[in-house]
Design a protein around this ligand. Structure first.
Ligand code: NAD
Ligand code: IPM
Ligand code: MN
Length: 367
């Protein structure tokens, strides 16, 4: 595929460290003539606040909109804890998702065979695990109005956020989940709190109707979010596709990540709807954050970022073979090479971010 426009947004903390390793994979793709990209890079988050006073400039947003796909690192950190709330680094990420209209955040939690014993759960509970969490990403309590902090007449303050979902918002993410399930084990578990929240009740009703009308062939179950957290820790293999709202999806995907051995392994793809020209906006990022506790030490696990690049090739550029090749190389690296400190060592040597990149590139060159 020739000259796809790719925007890289490394961000803060370990974002640039893991992005450096993803760039080596991009170089490998180009050197081996598997692909040719026009690659640009933009600041986002705290790095953009430092340079421009805002976490996302209009110019950076315009480039993201114009790109065929965006590969993102991570944002945030203690340095920017005191900046006004609406221009925090995280606001840049939320604005990007919202402006790109990428509503379906696919967070696959897959256990590599080599890491079955590295999970914090017993190996038998996670060996072969392959869950897809579909997290609604531009609605719900992250974006609902009213919101804010106000001062009450008695001098107390009130913090407000509002969970809001419309039929349309639920349907479009629900369709993504059902369609993915058809290519997997054909089972969707819809997760909300229909027992206490009207937005959750509507979510359940809309999902039930959607299944009946458009996906009668796909199995649908419903689960309350608190039970889902418990079930993920108890017997995660019962799940195929989980579809849920923004906040529950955020929390449940961090939990699911840990089942695989480390948060540093979980990639994501966030997709929007097809536009008039048939293009689907695609935004790709690891699910982890900027990891201030290890930033600058050269020990971050780069595999979530690299696997996010593989998802980008798969979903935005239809480069299935190359995505497969990268995922297979990651699997071989985990089976043979050392491990970054976030993964249980199990007697393996501890290696750095760049050494993990070296091992990965060596595997790719050997193809
Ligand atoms: P975090 O995901 O940054 O880190 C949680 C823990 O996991 C830390 O101990 C960290 O060292 C470890 N970890 C995360 N990624 C790792 C990797 N690739 N390799 C090795 N270890 C890794 O979450 P946090 O500490 O709650 O948040 C830190 C900052 O990141 C905050 O400012 C938060 O808002 C931001 N954040 C950003 C994103 C994003 O950009 N998508 C996601 C989550 C958090
Ligand atoms: C994530 C992060 C973000 C979220 C924050 C940093 C805005 O936690 O991508 O999982 O909550 O969506
Ligand atoms: Mn998160």
């Amino acid at each position: 595929i020739a000259n796809k426009n790719l925007l890289l947004m490394p961000g803060d903390g370990i974002g640039p460290e893991v992005m450096t390793q993803a760039k080596r994979v991009l170089n490998w793709l180009q050197e081996t003539k598997r692909a040719s990209f026009n690659i640009e890079e933009e600041l986002v988050g705290g790095a953009s606040i430092d340079a421009h006073g805002v976490p996302l400039t209009d110019a950076a947003l315009a480039k993201a909109k114009a790109a065929d796909a965006v590969l993102f690192g991570s944002v945030g950190g203690p340095k920017w804890d005191k900046v006004p709330f609406n221009i925090r680094p995280e606001a840049g990420l939320l604005k990007l998702r919202s402006e790109l209209q990428v509503f379906a955040n696919l967070r696959p939690a897959k256990v590599f065979d080599a890491l079955a014993a590295a999970s914090s759960l017993k190996p038998d509970l996670v060996r072969g695990l392959d869950i897809m969490i579909v997290r609604e990403c531009i609605g719900g309590i992250y974006f609902g109005e009213p919101r804010g902090i106000e001062t009450l007449p008695n001098g107390e303050q009130k913090g407000v956020n509002t969970e809001v979902y419309t039929t349309h918002e639920i349907q479009r993410v629900g369709r993504v989940a059902f369609e993915l399930a058809r290519k997997r084990q054909n089972r969707v578990c819809s997760v909300e709190k229909a027992n206490v929240m009207e937005a959750g009740l509507l979510w359940r009703q809309v999902m039930t109707k959607l299944k009946a009308e458009e996906f009668p062939d796909v199995e649908l179950s419903h689960m309350y979010a608190d039970n889902c957290a418990m079930q993920l820790a108890k017997n995660p293999k019962q799940f195929d596709v989980i579809v849920t709202g923004n906040l529950f999806g955020d929390i449940l995907s961090d939990l699911a990540a840990m089942l695989t051995g480390s948060l540093g392994l979980l990639p994501s793809a966030t997709l929007g709807a097809k536009d008039a020209s048939g293009r689907i906006p695609g935004f790709y990022e690891p699910i982890h954050g900027s990891a201030p506790d290890i930033a600058g030490k050269g020990v971050a696990n780069p595999l979530a970022e690299v696997l996010s690049l593989a998802m980008l090739l798969r979903y935005s550029f239809d480069m299935q073979e190359d995505a497969d090749a990268i995922e297979a190389a990651v699997e071989r690296v985990l089976a043979k090479a050392g491990r970054t400190p976030d993964i249980k060592a199990e007697g393996r040597p501890t290696i750095s971010t760049s050494e993990m990149g070296d091992a990965l590139i060596a595997e790719l060159r050997a193809i």
